[in-house]
Write a protein that binds this ligand. Structure first.
Ligand SMILES: NC(=O)c1ccc[n+]([C@@H]2O[C@H](COP(=O)([O-])OP(=O)(O)OC[C@H]3O[C@@H](n4cnc5c(N)ncnc54)[C@H](OP(=O)(O)O)[C@@H]3O)[C@@H](O)[C@H]2O)c1
Length: 258
């Protein structure tokens, strides 16, 4: 299978790395077109995929990802559409457009998927929301899911939920990164070496997430399991509440989604 990429900035390159990590395709089967800044040429030196100068190679690609900025995506799709093979699958991870708009840009012979991933796709632990064009054949949908599932967990959602999905799954890694940095700063303040603090914090988050996923227990119940009466954890919880932690997080989601 050949896969095409139009745009390989933060998100495009994260998906390319995930696909190569998993050996889902070889670098020879990946055709990537970048913009004008030279980013994609630098990435090509690192990852060895095929560089696309124009859109010619798209005709041999069964799956095409587009990951350009939201403002130009429809214009770029119109430009690339004549080179896309009939029945190929277009997966747009760009924001700011609907499935219908992308479908109108590429024509009815292309199967359109609108997917919103997050950067952990680069290590195959992404969270991806996907909305499929109405009436998309089951075989095309299956093929699209097969490639997306290499990159992480996929939830099929109604398109009108993709925005909030993108905020919670796509923006939150930055919120969590700040949380990790702050926890490590706290540990350093208490005398722990910084490198060790980052290791401890990252593994703690990984373990907490795995526990929540595998047990399917409510987060409040998991929290209750760590807070013994009069113990140190509940004092920490009180300090978080005193400083408006929950509201700060809820407001971050609201502001990012606005
Ligand atoms: N980053 C995330 O976590 C995330 C999550 C979900 C969805 N998204 C969506 O994914 C899209 C890309 O986001 P990003 O963060 O990856 O942005 P980005 O880093 O700015 O990447 C966009 C890339 O598109 C390239 N490009 C521009 N015009 C092009 C063209 N005509 N042909 C091929 N490539 C072209 C740019 O190349 P040059 O710089 O060389 O011009 C740039 O590398 C956006 O629509 C964003 O909303 C991002």
């Amino acid at each position: 299978m050949n896969i095409g990429f139009i745009g390989a900035g933060h998100m495009g390159s994260a998906m390319i790395k995930g696909l190569l990590n998993a050996s889902f395709v070889s670098p020879e089967q990946l055709f990537v077109k970048g913009g004008s800044s030279g980013t994609v040429e630098a990435l090509q030196k690192e990852l060895g995929f095929q560089l696309m100068q124009d859109y010619q190679e798209l005709k041999d690609c069964q799956i095409i990802f587009i990951a350009t900025g939201a403002k130009i995506v429809l214009e770029v799709l119109k430009e690339a559409a004549p080179f896309m093979a009939k029945e190929s699958i277009l997966i747009s991870v760009a924001t700011g457009h609907t499935v219908k708009e992308a479908q109108a840009a590429v024509g009815k012979d292309i199967h359109v998927v609108h997917a919103i991933p997050n950067t952990p796709v680069s290590v195959n632990e992404g969270m991806i929301g996907a909305a499929f064009a109405e009436g998309m054949p089951a075989s095309a949908k299956e093929q699209a899911l097969k490639v997306l599932e290499v990159l992480g967990k996929v939830e099929e959602v109604n398109e009108n939920l993709l925005g909030t999905f993108g905020t919670v799954a796509g923006c939150s890694p930055a919120f969590v990164d700040i949380f990790m940095e702050a926890l490590a700063d706290g540990a350093v303040m208490e005398g722990m070496p910084r490198a060790l603090a980052y290791d401890v914090v990252a593994q703690m988050l990984l373990g907490s997430a795995k526990l929540a996923i595998e047990t399917q227990r409510h987060p409040g119940e998991l929290k209750d399991g760590v807070t013994s009466p009069g113990g140190s954890t509940i004092k920490g919880v009180a300090a978080l509440e005193k400083n408006g932690f929950r509201y700060a997080v809820m407001d971050a989601v609201k502001q990012a989604n606005s």
